[in-house]
Write a protein that binds this ligand. Sequence first.
Ligand code: NAD
Length: 499
Amino acid sequence: MNSRIEQVTPEVVLPKAGLTGLLVNGEWRTPAKGKTLDVENPSRRQTLATIGASDEDDVKAAVAAASAAFPKWRRLASRARGALLTELGNRVTTNAEEIARVLAAESGNALRTQSRPEVLGAAEVLRYYGGVIAEQKGETLPLGPGLFSYSTREPLGVVGAIIPWNSPVVLAAVKIGMALGTGNTLVLKPAEDAPLAVIKIAELAADLFPAGVFNVVTGTGIDAGAPLAAHPNVAKVSFTGSLEVGKLVGHAVADRIGHATLELGGKSPCIVYPDAAAPAYVDATVAGIINAMRFARQGQSCTAGSRLYVHKDVWDTVMTKLVAKVKELKIGDSLDESNDIGAIINAERYSEVRAFIDEAINNGAQVLTGSLPPDVSEAKGFFPEPVIFAGVDNSWRVTREEVFGPVLVAIPWSDEEEVIKWANDTVYGLAAYVFTNDLTTALKATDQIDAGWLQVNRAGGQIPGMSYGGAKQSGIGAEYSIEGALEAYTSRKSVTINA
Ligand code: NAD
């Protein structure tokens, strides 16, 4: 087995040399078949590290370790489990800069605008669950004299968590916090393109939790993700990723009547009402549109507000300012503090994003800003500039499918009923953004748009404590809040007593 993590990019401190990425029963292991995978820095097209690639045998070992650790872990008082999560959050804060630099290098997400805030946010998430998890309460029901029922919230068993590469650290923190806090044990599978920052967090966690409570299997989706989703002893799968893979995971879990939460893709609308373009508000609205589109994360966000509907009366005002602001964004190496935007994750995704841009241009879309990026064979790093298209409608592929790149389509509207219809004209229902200062208008729009998370005059990320999950084909289940975590990671046990 020649897997190794070696220092190629001098500005980052990779997980300790010799670690394979496979954490089973509190030990760093070599994958059974000795397979490896390379992790690339997409800004530089350079291999950052070569780590172990797990397969079914390693997944079985990790699930066995998690199963063995479950009986004792579930009996620990929830506040004691919470204290360990709080400690992990504090360790992440102490090591935040190191983790953020690794994250920026492997994910291509710019250090200043994305990776550093993500790591600090992940620490906050862990401390949130650390504090609130003691609220793992049930209910009591008086049923008559001498007769009552009470319920408890029981952990499910082994949780298999599968995460994508676009915000791996915060997603790992959310799954660790919810699964372990509620008394389950965990096997976490990071994405093959961005596992290193998660491994750094696992290093901080390895001596904290009892052996087997927290396990990590690195590897590809086919070799490590699929066996984890299909394992008969995995009581619940928490999956965050694409709609296509979400369907496979849903099928695998259904076969054994397992529990599943699916957090999938989106094609979220962003509606601008005329009043939001008044002189006092227009700058904030434009900043909100840019934030909603997650241009600073190369558009690689499930909640990206990638369909922009601007009222025709304020189209010129909004679009002129929007284009000017987007042109100011600086693109380049994710580790360079001066850059706002980094690189697309890998060659395949870069080529797919490029194909969307190429197709729309060939079909006559009007390019308000941006251009066709170089072919992958000529690209030094995967840096497409942000693109804004006009002259398209809801029927175009670029308007209907999740591009997962910095590509925004802008469409003027004049009839409120029609724009709400356009907003809902999608298989997805993850997020939506509404810009208006009129409360009645905002309430009407949020009532009528089918999405799991609506933001009015705001376009930031999730905040610990809020409920989060998708409608329609964007997913099943809403986690994140303590109520969501309890629903998703525990089952109710009722006890009826006749005194
Ligand atoms: P992906 O579905 O390709 O991969 C996600 C994870 O699933 C990875 O760890 C991958 O290795 C694993 N996987 C792949 N094939 C598998 C299989 N057959 N069985 C089990 N696991 C498998 O997604 P991605 O490209 O890494 O991420 C981008 C997608 O994730 C986008 O669609 C985005 O919208 C979505 N996403 C959703 C949310 C949300 O909260 N709803 C958050 C972030 C990203």
